[in-house]
Design a protein around this ligand. Structure first.
Ligand code: SUG
Length: 446
């Protein structure tokens, strides 16, 4: 039976900007207030998606959210016309205004946790949007994310959609960024590795002290229950609290997996041996490759700076694995030396492809942040809304759509311009038609 892992990349929205909103995400803080280039950012992202499609991979896109989020501003007491809401929010509370303008929905690794049908009790692909409670600007995303996922995976026979977990820090959930599925073949039952930062109900357990742990064990367990995963198909591991305090705000900044490969930094996990023993036992007899990067070769600092682990490991149509890495990895001597050597070691990873995703990196998002993975059978893939999949025609259409609607530059002042809101809504309304996902935005729903 044919099997596919489809990467759904987040389209960068027309109001892409850098606001420095994520405490604990060092790159995002360092680039606060820089003038952004929405057109270039969107084109960079789309070019990466197209390049993967040209490599023979199945590739889709997820629509961005509408920002500024006028609804959120109204809920917070700003009233009057849309123009008035923008003006008074920007004037009275710059922080709230900027949070409601965040470009963060482009990182679809945080859109949801996805369990393929081979792992779930009812044999459907399950989706739970991440509640992203730890950051106010990200907590605005789950409702519309759910709408977009329903519009993209619109067939109830194959796809099951859950509501996001309760909006509370006890159930802080950051989606696929802390979830890695290991398997021999995509459509065989696998082991889903959930990585958490802290225990919500047990304060005696270790936790970071400087930066927040965004994901709780209890959230991971709830998602596994919702998806109907077997105990034998799940492993929970805690992220090393020390690396969270060094800027590793999601597990996908320090570890990445694909099929039977887990690529990770020596310092990534708390109680590593215990977790790996369980992982190996549940994975079974078939080979499982643990590729550990020693601190002596790549420091945690370099890993955070270059996003060595926020790479995508993909299996090419010829069966070989390749790493999709940001160009930042090629520009760092120790990381480049590590990768050059890695492909000679006889592991399933045979090559590295570098991509320029600097517009995303400046907000702390590498290639892996930009995509949500969905493993599917051919039948399930046929049940996906086909307009959301990338082929030459759809790529050309989306590129033309960006050219038509996106600005070359955007500063903080532009975000309060009511004309930008009109431009952005016009663009998004057209996008929902292009992707045939229906009315997903509040402004379309009246
Ligand atoms: O949640 N940055 C995002 C980056 C998410 C990266 N995703 C993964 N690692 N999977 C975050 O911290 C910053 C936005 C700003 O500063 O404007 C932001 O939300």
């Amino acid at each position: 039976m044919k099997q596919f892992e489809v990467n759904f990349d987040g389209l960068v929205g027309p109001t892409h900007n850098y606001a420095g909103l994520s405490f604990g995400n060092v790159a995002s803080l360092n680039n606060a207030n820089a003038v952004s280039s929405p057109k270039q950012a969107a084109k960079q992202g789309l070019a990466k998606a197209k390049a993967l499609s040209d490599m023979g991979m199945m590739q889709g896109v997820l629509a961005p959210q509408e920002r500024p989020d006028i609804n959120a501003l109204r809920r917070l007491g700003f009233t009057g016309t849309d123009a008035r809401v923008l003006e008074s929010a920007a004037k009275q509370s710059r922080e709230i205004f900027l949070a409601c303008c965040s470009a963060s929905s482009m990182w679809t690794a945080n859109a949801a946790t996805v369990s393929p049908s081979a792992d779930t009790a009812d044999g459907r692909v399950h989706f739970t949007p991440a509640n992203l409670t730890n950051k106010f600007h990200r907590s605005l995303e789950p409702q519309v994310t759910g709408n977009i996922l329903r519009g993209t995976f619109a067939n109830d026979t194959y796809f099951a959609h859950h509501q996001h977990l309760p909006d509370n820090e006890h159930f802080g959930d950051e989606g696929a960024a802390n979830h890695t599925r290991l398997c021999s073949d995509y459509n065989e039952a696998g082991v889903e590795l959930f990585v958490y930062g802290r225990h919500a109900f047990d304060p005696t357990k270790p936790a970071p002290t400087k930066y927040p742990a965004r994901q709780t064990l209890e959230a991971c367990q709830a998602v596994a229950r919702l998806h109907g995963l077997r105990d034998e198909g799940v492993v929970y591991m805690q992220q090393n609290p020390d690396v969270i305090d060094q800027g590793v705000f999601h597990n996908d900044v320090i570890a990445v997996g694909n099929q039977n490969v887990l690529f990770f930094h020596e310092q990534a996990f708390h109680e590593k041996e215990k977790g790996f023993t369980e992982l190996q036992r549940k994975f079974g007899e078939k080979p499982l490759h643990f590729i550990e990067v020693p601190t002596a070769q790549v420091s945690v600092q370099d890993a955070v700076k270059t996003y060595l682990f926020n790479t995508q490991i993909i299996t090419l149509p010829n069966g070989e694995m390749t790493i999709i890495a940001p160009t930042d990895c090629a520009e760092n001597d120790s990381v480049k030396a590590y990768l050059d050597n890695l492909v000679t070691l006889g592991t399933p990873i045979k090559s590295v492809n570098y991509f320029d995703v600097k517009q995303s990196m400046r907000n702390g998002g590498g290639p892996a942040c930009l995509r949500l993975r969905v493993a599917m059978s051919e039948e399930e893939l046929n049940g996906v809304n086909q307009s959301t999949l990338i082929n030459d025609t759809q790529f050309a259409r989306l590129n033309a759509w960006i050219d038509k609607h996106y600005r070359d530059e955007l500063s903080e002042d532009d975000l309060r311009d009511p004309q930008l809101l009109i431009e952005s809504r016009t663009a998004l309304d057209e996008l929902t038609q292009l992707l045939q996902i229906g009315s997903v935005y509040p402004f379309q729903q009246g």
